[in-house]
Design a protein around this ligand. Structure first.
Ligand SMILES: [Ca+2]
Ligand SMILES: [Ca+2]
Ligand SMILES: [Ca+2]
Length: 118
């Protein structure tokens, strides 16, 4: 009886571990995970992700006008992704449009719904 309980607990743990591993693989690899995880708790929470993406936005904004044109993000987004991110359709991706998009990606990747990616 005890043995059966232990086995099923181990099975559930394995499932949890593999679900957590899938969490972040949708949006980042292990190297990115290590850079984003500022407090080194093994998980990237919303504020860590947003802080990183705010810096990423600034570094992509080559001409420093506060928005991204398609040529500034050509390596990160294809034309279709750019259009989907530019929600007001003015041909530029503002910081809030960018953060809306990446935080939506974060939410989609956070399958466990606990606000962090392990
Ligand atoms: Ca963390
Ligand atoms: Ca710009
Ligand atoms: Ca726009």
């Amino acid at each position: 009886m005890m043995r059966k309980v232990l086995l099923s607990t181990a099975f559930v743990l394995c499932q949890l571990v593999s679900a957590a591993a899938q969490d972040r693989s949708a949006v980042m690899n292990q190297g990115q995970m290590d850079r984003l995880d500022r407090d080194r708790n093994g998980a990237v929470d919303r504020s860590e992700y947003q802080a990183f993406m705010t810096i990423a936005f600034a570094s992509m904004d080559k001409n420093k006008d506060g928005s991204l044109r398609s040529d500034e993000v050509a390596q990160a987004l294809n034309a279709q992704q750019f259009a989907a991110t530019d929600t007001n359709g003015d041909g530029k991706v503002s910081q809030s449009e960018f953060l809306n998009r990446v935080m939506a990606d974060f939410k989609a990747a956070d399958r466990s719904g606990d606000g962090s990616l392990q």
